[in-house]
Design a protein around this ligand. Structure first.
Ligand code: SAM
Length: 202
């Protein structure tokens, strides 16, 4: 059974594994954001994305199964003077509130297929009508690159997986390709990713 222990260990040391700045794709979506929107940062780790969303005026919940990550996320929010709700939970088993969020940020959360499907169903339920899902994850082409990502191929994403799991959402953007990552010590260099911005009808 997978647990958060490996992530707890990674986060235990000083510093931020993926930096303190938000993911660039998420940051590029700023024109879609409005203060007061409710955001869920899924698998938010040390909180760089949740804290940035909170700084944009969004009422943000940062969810991760690593208590060490969530504690660091909460501390980062305090240091930035923003409000951030933290939840320590398994993204595949959390009780997602129906229509509870206007944005779900799914940034580099890589789960085994059954857990991925369960978390995606939860994210879909949690999106309010008109709500946005923003995703950036590694694809199989990332294998062999040293710029980050899971070792197990079944955890990787693709455009086809996005289409399968989020087929009910309107595609605003859906791209697979090479990007340059500069995100803390763990995401450095060229990388192969899928990026998606999807909207729930309504
Ligand atoms: C590659 S890190 C990305 C962290 C963050 N999204 C970022 O971009 O900085 C993946 C995160 O997913 C979390 N994670 C993995 N499996 C999870 C699960 N089943 N439930 C909740 N969080 C999970 C890990 O604890 C880790 O913080």
């Amino acid at each position: 059974m997978s647990t958060s222990l490996a992530w707890d260990e990674r986060y235990q040391g000083g510093g931020f594994q993926f930096g303190e700045a938000p993911n660039r794709y998420l940051e590029s979506l700023r024109p879609w954001l409005r203060p007061g929107m409710r955001a869920l940062a899924l698998g938010d780790g040390e909180g760089r994305n949740g804290v940035w969303l909170a700084g944009q005026g969004l009422a943000t919940t940062s969810l991760d199964w690593s208590p060490v990550g969530s504690t660091k996320a909460a501390a980062l929010a305090v240091s930035r003077g923003v409000a951030l709700a933290t939840v320590t939970a398994d993204a595949a088993a959390w009780d997602y509130p129906e229509a509870g969020f206007d944005l779900v940020a799914w940034i580099y959360l890589h789960l085994p297929p059954a857990d991925r499907a369960a978390a995606a169903a939860g994210a879909l339920r949690a999106l309010a009508p008109g709500g946005l899902l923003a995703l950036e994850c590694f694809t199989p082409a990332q294998q062999g690159r040293r710029s980050g990502g899971p070792k197990m191929p079944e955890l990787l994403w693709s455009r086809a997986i996005v289409e399968e799991l989020f087929g009910g959402l309107e595609v605003l953007e859906l791209l697979e390709g090479t990007v340059a990552l500069d995100e803390g010590p763990r995401h450095q260099g060229h990388a192969e990713v899928v990026r998606a911005l999807l909207r729930k009808p309504g």
